[in-house]
Design a protein around this ligand. Structure first.
Ligand code: SAM
Length: 311
């Protein structure tokens, strides 16, 4: 069985035999969220660099009114997913620890909550937990719950909620010195668990979405951005970086999905390279605050783009 037919099969299993006709979601129904109690409304459980929470009200204007499945191939903290709360979704990310955290909430939230409650917001303890990935043999003995608990704890207690690993893949963000970081938000974790009920999570690169996308699906891409500063060397690659060739591969995926009749939307920086690459599509301008910048003087509003095909 080839890759494509395997994916079709797992998609069919995921959708359920009697669920071939997927229910349409009127995105405007999200207004109903306001009527729900606070307990029902999930929000991102991780702080994530480039997270879209602050841009949601601007992005909202460009969302399609209806679609079949929702697919987000660079899920990160999932701000748009948690805003839309689609009935059927496929979430993809190349970060293994991130997808393990989502899967653990989906499959074993009680154990995860129990484990999170054992953590402490103390510097020495933080570095002890952080150091667990220095010995791969020992790290591999940890359960998925242990790993997800470590990921969430480090994310909430580290400096600025950054996710950064060195060339050996070891997490290396320093302690964040927060007074009362919420690393065990039990109510939200249970709300996230509910939101992930009909969600397929995949640890892979963004192209994987091509195996699952069908006409009238809505695909939102929020990749690492093309750097806009002149000092950033966009063409040189460091291990794990997202370079020019990746942006071109992503453009080809966008085009392919457009040609299949999908509704496609993509965020990126307001840069000549992106403006030229997507010149045949609708390019909308949004204004974002720089969320993570240790240099206060560099915090301000910057332009970015939200590109869509016709829908
Ligand atoms: C800008 S962040 C997404 C932020 C997200 N929209 C949010 O609201 O938090 C980009 C994400 O792309 C992921 N990523 C980087 N390269 C990737 C690739 N080739 N395929 C899939 N995901 C990738 C990173 O792990 C990161 O989570």
């Amino acid at each position: 069985m080839n890759e494509k037919s395997l994916s079709q099969k797992s998609l069919q299993n995921f959708l359920g035999k009697d669920d071939k006709k997927i229910q349409y979601l009127d995105v405007k129904k999200k207004q109903n969220r306001r009527k729900k109690t606070i307990v029902d409304v999930p929000k991102p459980f991780l702080k994530w660099a480039g997270g879209k929470r602050q841009l949601i009200s601007q992005i909202d204007e460009y969302l399609p009114n209806d679609f079949n499945k929702y697919i987000e191939p660079f899920i990160g903290g999932g701000a748009l997913f948690f805003y839309i709360l689609p009935k059927k979704a496929i979430l993809i990310d190349i970060n293994k620890e991130l997808i393990n955290a989502y899967n653990t909430i989906k499959n074993n939230v009680p154990e995860l909550v129990k484990s999170l409650k054992n953590h402490k917001n103390e510097k020495d303890y933080y570095y002890e937990v952080r150091s667990k990935d220095r010995n791969p043999e020992e790290y591999n003995k940890l359960t998925d719950v242990d790993k997800a608990s470590r990921t969430i704890y480090l994310n909430r207690c580290c400096f600025n909620g950054l996710y950064r690993v060195n060339s050996k893949g070891q997490f290396n963000v320093p302690f964040g010195k927060y007074t009362n970081p919420k690393f065990c938000d039990e109510i939200n974790l249970y709300a996230v668990y509910k939101a992930l009920k009909n969600v397929l999570l995949i640890n892979d690169s963004f192209e994987k979405c091509l195996d699952f996308a069908e006409k009238d699906d809505f695909i939102y891409f929020d990749p690492p951005y093309v750097p806009i500063s002149s000092s950033a060397n966009f063409t040189s690659y460091t291990k794990g970086s997202f370079g020019k060739e990746d942006q071109i591969r992503l453009f080809n995926v966008f085009k392919n999905l457009d040609e299949q009749g999908c509704k496609v939307m993509l965020s990126n920086s307001y840069s000549d390279f992106i403006l030229d690459l997507y010149k045949d599509y609708q390019i909308n301008v949004l204004y974002a605050k720089r969320a993570i910048n240790s240099d206060g003087s560099k915090r301000g509003k910057i332009k970015e783009v939200l590109i869509t095909n016709s829908f």
